[in-house]
Design a protein around this ligand. Sequence first.
Ligand code: PLP
Length: 451
Amino acid sequence: ETITNHLPTAELQALDAAHHLHPFSHQGELAEKGARIITRATGVTLTDSEGCEILDAMAGLWCVNVGYGRDEIADVAARQIRELPYYNTFFQTSHVPVIALSAKLAELAPGDLNHVFYAGSGSEANDTNMRMVRVYWAQKGKPDKKIIISRNNAYHGSTMAGASLGGMTPMHEQGGLPIPDVHHIPQPNWYAEGGDTTPEEFGLQRAQELEKAILALGEDKVAAFIAEPVQGAGGVIIPPSTYWPEIQRICDKYEILLIADEVICGFGRTGNWFGSETMGIKPHIMSIAKGLSSGYAPIGGSIVCDEVAEVIAGCEFNHGYTYSGHPVAAAIALENLRILEEENIVDRVRNDTGPYLQKKWKALADHPLVADACIVGMMGAIALSPNKAERAPFDGDSGAVGLICREHCFANNLIMRHVGDRMIISPPLVITKDEIDTLIERATRALDLTL
Ligand code: PLP
């Protein structure tokens, strides 16, 4: 029994509407409709306050990689809370969970990414990165290297720095963002912006926008380039194969730090431990969160390469959060990583259930409403269009048809998100083949109803 689930759904909804301000929601409209109240979950399945079972094809917010209802994690959390529920890592103290987790992350992360700075979330990790790269260049005698280049339609979080680094226009429009010294270049979204070019030509062109921006802003002013290996919240935009090698070449040529925001791509989502491995890049810093703890506790961080860590170690870095390296969150993350390893979950995404899902997902492109189906590992999107051959958008509001499709999914006990008129999935990485069949059946039914 949860604390309040003895109350009838309507009463819970009324209390929710009266007192709970929801993130990324139109509060007035939600209050009229009433939120769906989720009471429990196991595996890939949520249960709501009416007893309906819902297949969660979004793993919460792209985070519950090991699935819901893991007793092992609950046990570790309870033990850690009893032993040491909190202690800080400021001012010359440390503790066992954070030490063990840092060593484990250094082992899992590619190359010489061997040092971890902790935060409570992905947004906070990116705030850290923004400050860290500037401190790095200042320490190296180049304090003017401050500008961070990012991309339109990127998502890097919702704090002032995170939302500024991100390239979401509706976020920038509220609250006067972005903050200074952040510059955005066009995204590698061939489906929407590629016109008559081939994906390969387009990928190269869009990567070269980085070089143009560096030359226009001044090499001596640019600190870093930040990007998600695969844009997630922007609609699962998988860049053409030519994009990342060219970005890597440009970052190397102009000595620009490369920050890979692995908040979604990390911990198996793309079929490797990190999206940087799938895309063949060598970042100096990776932002992590979400799948680090499979959402069982809020924790994020930055994994930093030897050279950046060494330079930062030369000064006092005046930055940190009360919950940097929280012992309970760290113990939970460590147990989550143990599960990912012991159950070969990343390998299954690469070689077994991942390819199974990919085949079925790509077949959705045969549906009359679907102009494109793309997927890497277990993050995928389908683009809805009234004219498949021309990849045409719908008349009227972008996202109106996506919203209708999402509502049909919801009514069919399937959680898929819509980003404009793209429907996206990012299921728990433990989803079975039978559950994948159910996901595809329900998605197809929702598409049929949207037609
Ligand atoms: N970076 C990326 C790539 C994300 O997808 C997100 C969240 O969706 C964030 C950062 C922000 O993470 P959080 O919501 O934990 O602050």
